[in-house]
Design a protein around this ligand. Structure first.
Ligand code: SF4
Length: 68
């Protein structure tokens, strides 16, 4: 099953938490979230349902990660 994950970089405070849950997430040089293995401007992605990604989304302190 696929789910859509969305990044809202303006909300990201570069805490580094999301990558500890899932390697879907990576960071720009300034620590702001991006998708690993994607162009920097990609802010939305369909991925296989994964509990680790759901945890990352749930635990982001600023809700910079969303699931559709
Ligand atoms: S957990 Fe949220 S605030 Fe922290 S780096 Fe990831 S997206 Fe940014």
């Amino acid at each position: 099953m696929l789910m859509k994950v969305k990044l809202i970089p303006e909300r990201c405070i570069a805490c580094g938490l999301c990558q500890t849950y899932s390697e879907l997430f990576d960071y720009h040089d300034n620590g702001i979230v991006k998708f690993a293995q994607d162009e920097d401007q990609v802010l939305e992605k369909e991925v296989e349902m994964d509990p680790a990604i759901l945890e990352a989304i749930k635990n982001c302190p600023t809700r910079a990660l969303l699931k559709d």
